[in-house]
Design a protein. Sequence first.
Length: 438
Amino acid sequence: MVVREAGPGGARADAGAGAGCGTGAGVHGGGCTCGDCPLGAREGHRRAVADLLVKREEFAAGRGLPAAVAHSAPASRQWISEELTQAAELVAERGRVEGEVRLAGLWRRTVGVVWAAVVLLLLAQALTAIEAGWTAARTAGLAAALVVAGALTAASWFHRAWGGALAPVIGEDNRLSTSRAVAAAWVLFVAYAVLVLAGRLAMAPGRGERDVLVSGLALARGAGVVTVLAVVCGVAVLVRRVVTLRVLGQRLQKVRADRPRAADLLTDDSGRGAFADIQYVVISAVALTFAAVRLVRRPDRLPDLPWGLAVVVLVSAATYLAGKYAEGGRPVILSVVRAREVGDLDAAVRTGDDIEIRGAGFVPPGAERADRLSRMVVRIGAVNVHVPLVPVTGGFRNPTDTLLTVPVPADVEPGRVEVQVVTVAGVETNRYVIDVVE
């Protein structure tokens, strides 16, 4: 059994408890903390998060400090920061394991959703055929649905370790990509529509009916759908290029998520609702619904999406693309001053003093958790100083997106030195020069 320490004085957790709870009966109880099953990974992550929150609240209330460091404010802050950092590292490890387990099991849920949709289509066709009777169009629609569902099932199996059928719409930051999801929805719909026409063409008894079905694929009939398909696919490719270039150019900070969530389609990296993403998904869903109704009413041609609705989708896509260009920005230091406690005299910055770094963009979206905040670094001259975690009730007072407080270590030589912040995403701020006196 492999035993991992949560920290000095922290709780122990079994990191390799497969031999303890996964053997024998093969049933994992509710207290399992191993990473070999969804229940164990989820429970282990939940417990690690709970332990971290308890520690943070205790330290914020001034409890839990050993007597050896309680008399010194700098020593207390350093000890608390180390304790929280070690607890946060355990949370990050458990979160990574849980994310991998959930991602590996996602393909089964996607396959279940796909075949549930096929069953619903069959039920809808059966109910509507009670009076009108079963037609060739219904057979073609059901056959096309079976082909698409079979293809998605096969794709899910081959990509089962990366999210199944959702693997193409999961971005490099391990979040669901809005642009790719919208493009994939339009691709699947157009493929389904073409398969319906192909099925009807295969069952057409006469040459005249076959000619009508072939003419249903004419560009004049489906120009709106084809245009929308081309634009949304182009936006998906262009957004990936834009994000990649902005990240490499340090103009956009991206932090990897533990696992993809459905909410990623409507929110930014920090989990807040994003207008550009929401309007793109909503308008695309409305247009797809309209096109699906047109396909049901006229299954002998591509859905003739009206140009007015197609232009609305194009405007929505342009808004989404503009939002991607506008988001983000490089972190910047605006000023650095000596931190002054109540009752202290005003003085110059010396080694051992705390300095306040004021600016913007220090905490990128999605990096508000303790395990990520603990990786922030301030470079003072040639010395790298890890930003201490200062807890308060419900969160952290340090670091924040606009203010960092760090001590000036004794290794910093007196004189003019440069201060620079390195964020969790690896982006460096501008250099700010301060004077350190003896």
